[in-house]
Write a protein that binds this ligand. Structure first.
Ligand code: UT7
Length: 342
């Protein structure tokens, strides 16, 4: 029976770089504080003409073009995001149009920072059954920041990562999608999210006067504690369930939340830092985009080799958390667009 395979990978980081030093001119923070607490040095921000759909399309196109895949052959275009183009229609519809994926069905999924792995777990059987699926994780999180809240404003960035998925029996090899786990705990929904602007708290002039906009609210310390515990637990359970040993995991590709969280997870799971990928210093936390961008960057740096086993773990709003195993059968074609300017 065919298995779901990543045939190609695309990544897009918008060109504008926002450094910690630039942030410290805007608010009461410092490069030293941000680096020590998060490991972040800089993040990318979308330009004035860029939107979630256009950024998604750049990553999606990079994935398609790197394989020479005809967008007209796509069955599905999925965008996983918490910062959509608009309430309706789905961001994926704009992306479908701009890519020329004429006969594809387009839909969005929202799952916080774990959403991309959750989405892959839904899409795996679809791709294994023979459907050609383009899945793009995208965030323009800098559009959702309260610049008066220094404890969250310094953490996030913009970008997109895309995987072209298909079955393993079409003569195209790549990175096989293995088993995965995911879980949510909606009782923690108030701790991390973007509470205003939905139907519960419609944006009204009164709300805006109180300083309540479409921005991220987060209780940082609670998120930190849960993120480390849940990602470590779901990562370990997946390894055990797949009858693998820690030595057989060549790379951990974690959600790029922040370096302290990544270090604590690798310590708790028992995998040394050298085998844990991080580029959070340069791109910060890009939510649903982070794992796709990380894989695009790893391929760009030629860090992967056939035969390797990868473990991804993610945690975010919901709370939702997930783990996913991948097997590199062959290095898939990829393109990571990340030229930047200050
Ligand atoms: O995908 C998951 C997304 N979320 C995360 O990854 C965030 C998880 N949480 C964290 O990483 C950490 O909780 C933070 C980095 C957000 C904060 O670090 P912390 O060590 O938990 O700091 P804190 O909130 O306890 O704040 C310590 C101090 C406070 O000052 P006082 O009250 O001690 O005087 C804050 O006001 O640091 C202050 N502070 C800052 N100072 C300079 C908070 N943010 C900043 C800042 N610059 N940006």
């Amino acid at each position: 029976m065919a298995e779901a395979t990543i045939w190609s990978v695309g990544g897009y980081a918008p060109p504008h770089i926002l450094t910690n030093a630039m942030l410290s001119e805007r608010m009461d923070t410092s490069d030293e504080w941000i680096r020590t607490r998060t490991g972040i040095q800089e993040r990318r921000t979308a330009g004035p003409d860029e939107t979630t759909a256009s950024v998604s399309a750049r990553a999606g196109q990079a994935a398609l073009e790197s394989l020479g895949f005809d967008p007209g052959d796509l069955d599905w275009v999925l965008v996983c995001t918490d910062t959509p183009e608009m309430w309706s229609p789905a961001t994926a519809c704009f992306v479908q149009e701009s890519l020329g994926a004429k006969r594809a069905s387009a839909i969005d999924l929202t799952g916080g920072c774990a959403g991309f792995l959750q989405t892959l777990q839904i899409l795996g059987p679809l791709a294994a059954s023979g459907q050609n699926v383009l899945v793009i994780g995208t965030e323009l999180l800098t559009h959702a920041l309260d610049w008066n809240d220094r404890s969250t404003a310094v953490l996030f960035g913009d970008g997109a990562g895309a995987f072209l998925l298909g079955p393993s029996d079409r003569g195209v090899s790549g990175i096989r999608i293995g088993p995965g786990l995911s879980q949510s705990d909606g009782s923690q929904a108030d701790i991390l999210g973007k509470p205003y602007g939905g139907t519960r708290h419609n944006i009204t002039p009164d709300l805006v006067a109180e300083g309540k906009h479409h921005t991220i609210h987060m209780e940082g310390q609670k998120v930190f504690k849960h993120a480390v515990t849940m990602m470590s637990d779901i990562g370990r359970r997946l390894i055990q369930g797949a009858n693998l040993t820690l030595d057989q995991i060549d790379w951990v590709v974690p959600h790029q939340a922040n370096q302290r969280i990544i270090d604590a997870v690798s310590h708790q799971v028992g995998i040394p830092n050298e085998r844990v990928f991080s580029h959070v210093a340069h791109f910060a936390n890009t939510g649903s985009a982070s794992i796709g961008m990380a894989l695009a960057d790893m391929l760009d740096r030629a860090l992967l080799a056939p035969g390797q086993q990868l473990l991804s773990v993610a945690f975010g709003a919901g709370f939702s958390w997930a783990s996913q195993l991948f097997t590199v059968d062959q290095i898939p074609p990829s393109r990571f667009i990340h030229e930047g300017s200050l």
